[in-house]
Design a protein around this ligand. Structure first.
Ligand code: ATP
Length: 267
């Protein structure tokens, strides 16, 4: 569904994405994991066309994304920090986004809205509050609801549960699981390993902008002998990059032909 080939991005002398290649398929729920500053958000923003890569290519359903922006209508994105006009009310933000979508789809086309999460969060009770007056968690709820609003084929969520209270976090996770069951592609970055353990089936691990490995969660757990994703990742990190990659890629390549395992360590 999304094919990334030799993606490169630098800020000044800092190489943030280093020849990164990966294939993300419909039906996958992928954890994007890596230390702070390893390039996760830059990778996500490159897919969304919010960061211009220096090299490489990204295709969405076989079409290079630089051919047009329409592909973005099929992606729901929940940013790490949502930025909204301060004086707008929640209701106005939703109306504005719906109007924008309606104008790009054509006035006579019917929008297929998914407002399930708005109801679950009971956001309509807060519709007349301005964005400026909202708590960080409520802003996050608005961002989450917008990501699901147009029933997209792909969901990309950057630290989705950060700042949410326990009930809201559980409601959001239940929603993600429902969308995953429909066969959508889901890409989540989080430092909360227990969340990723519940939600995802594959792990994409970045370090210094390089893809260290891409493997099934079950395979990773079997390989490390750990039951929890967090412990499995910690074990891989403590073993050293190359040996982990070699072991994982070897075992993964034998059993799974649908996803790819790559690393610039191959060079
Ligand atoms: N616009 C920018 N200008 C300069 N440097 C940037 C810019 N955006 C990101 N960087 C740098 O690129 C590197 C990767 O940042 P990125 O946000 O992609 O990391 P991350 O893996 O998402 O980190 P975290 O886990 O902390 O969210 C960091 O060193 C960051 O400071």
């Amino acid at each position: 569904m999304i094919t990334v080939t030799n993606l490169q991005k630098s800020y000044g002398r800092l190489k943030v994405l280093d020849n990164l290649s990966v294939q993300l398929n419909a039906g996958q729920a992928v954890s994007l994991i890596g230390p702070n500053g390893s390039g996760k958000t830059t990778f996500i923003k490159s897919i969304l066309g919010m960061v211009m890569p220096d090299g490489g290519e990204i295709s969405f359903l076989g079409e290079p994304i630089h051919n047009g922006w329409q592909y973005r209508q099929q992606i729901g994105y929940m940013p790490q920090i949502g930025r909204y006009p301060d004086t707008m009310k929640i209701r106005q933000v939703f109306d504005m986004i719906k109007d924008l979508r309606q104008s790009t789809q054509g006035k006579n086309s019917l929008l297929q809205l998914d407002e399930e999460l708005i109801e679950a969060f009971e956001l309509s009770k807060l519709y007349d509050k301005t964005m400026r007056s909202l708590s960080g968690g409520t802003r996050q709820k608005v961002s989450a609801c917008l990501a699901f609003l147009f029933n997209p084929k792909v969901l990309i969520m950057d630290e989705p549960t950060a700042g949410l209270d326990p009930l809201a976090a559980e409601l959001l996770k239940a929603k993600i699981l429902r969308e995953k069951a429909k066969g959508k592609l889901i890409l989540i970055t989080s430092h909360v390993m227990s969340d990723l353990d519940e939600l995802t089936t594959a792990v994409m691990y970045l370090q210094d902008g390089q893809l260290q490995f891409f493997t099934d969660v079950d395979r990773l757990k079997a390989d490390t002998g750990e039951e929890k994703l967090g412990r499995a990742i910690a074990r891989v990190m403590s073993r050293g990059k190359l040996s982990a990659y070699e072991r994982l890629s070897e075992s993964f390549a034998v059993t799974n032909t649908h996803s790819i395992v790559q690393s610039s360590n191959q060079k």
